[in-house]
Design a protein around this ligand. Sequence first.
Ligand SMILES: Nc1ncnc2c1ncn2[C@@H]1O[C@H](COP(=O)(O)OP(=O)(O)OP(=O)(O)O)[C@@H](O)[C@H]1O
Ligand SMILES: [Mg+2]
Length: 330
Amino acid sequence: MGVEVTVEGLTKHFGSQAIWRDVSLTLPAGEISVMLGPSGTGKSVFLKTLVGLLKPDQGSIWIQGQDLTTLRERQLYEVRKLFGVLFQDGALFGSMNLFDNIAFPLREHTKKPESQVRDIVMEKIELVGLQGAEGKLPGEISGGMRKRAGLARALVLDPEILLIDEPDSGLDPVRTSYINQLFIDLNAQIDATFLIVTHDINTARTVPDNIGLLYHKHLAMFGPREMLLSSEEPVVRQFLNAQTVGPIGMSEEKDATELAAESGMELPPLPPIALQLGTSDGRPRQGEKEPGAWCRENGVTPPPGSFASSHAGVPGVSRATGTAPEPVGA
Ligand SMILES: Nc1ncnc2c1ncn2[C@@H]1O[C@H](COP(=O)(O)OP(=O)(O)OP(=O)(O)O)[C@@H](O)[C@H]1O
Ligand SMILES: [Mg+2]
C-alpha cells in the first residue's frame, strides 16, 4: 500500500558547510512526490539521508512509527528493505552483467530459489524495456539503459518506498516520456510511495501528486502539485516556470543590484496547469485526485485554461477515458 514518510526539522551539514536546515514534510502513502532544486542544493543528500545512508545533524524521519535517525545498524537494515533506491549514478557493479546486478538485492536479502530469482529479474527487465541486454556489462550499454537497469534493481524487492534520483538525466525526450508513463503505471500497480528528484520541469509539472523545492539551504515549499503550480511565491514561480526573472540567479541568489534592475518588470502570466499524466490503461491510481480539486477546496483560481486536455506538446492527456474535465478559471 505504500507507507507514509514524515520528516521533521531535518538539518544536515558537512563539516561547516550547511546543506539544508529544518526540512519538514510528509510524503503521503502511495503518492508520487517530486523534489526540485538548483544543482548542489542537496537533493541527492536528502535521498541518502531518507534511506539512512547519511546521518542528519538534527531532526527525525518517521516511518511506521519508528524514527530512522535513532535506529541501530541492525534495525536500520530491516527498515531499508522497505526502500528501493535508484541512485543518481545508477550505482551498478561494473564487473557484473545486468542480470546479476538486478538479481543482487534478491540474492542478498532473500532466500528465494534461483528459478524464482530469474522470473522476478526477467519480469523487471521487461518492465523497463531491457530485454536482450541482461548479459551486458554496465560499461557496454548507454547511460539511459544504465538508468533503467538501476530502476529494475530498485524494484526487485517490491519496495514500499521508491526513491529515484534523476531518472531522466541523459535520457532523450521520448524516453523521458516513456519513463514518466512507467512511473505512473508502476505507481498504480504497486501503490508504493514515490519520491523522484528531477530537473525536468515538464516532468515536475505533469507527473507528481506533490512537489517540493529545495532552495538556498531550506525547503522553500512542499505541497500538492496544484498548490505549487498556482503559487505566486517568487522562488517557486521562477523555478517551476524556468524563468530568468526572479530571485534565483546563475549562481544561487541574485544580488541587490540585479534584483533592483528587475523591479517593475512585468512577469509573464502563469501558464495553465496541465492535466496530470494518467495511467496508460485508464485505471485510477490510489493517490490520484480530481483535476482542479485542490484549487477548488482552497479557493484558488488556477491560471486560465488550466486542466484543459488540448495543450499542445504537454503530456497528461493520455487518459484512456478520453474525456477531459471542463477547464476551470478560464
Ligand atoms: N559525502 C559528502 N561529503 C561532503 N560533502 C558532500 C557529500 N555529499 C554531498 N556533498 C555536498 O553536498 C552538497 C549537495 O550535494 P547534492 O549531491 O545533494 O546536490 P544535488 O542537489 O543532488 O545536485 P545535482 O542537481 O547537481 O545532482 C554539495 O555541495 C556537495 O558537494
Ligand atoms: Mg543530485
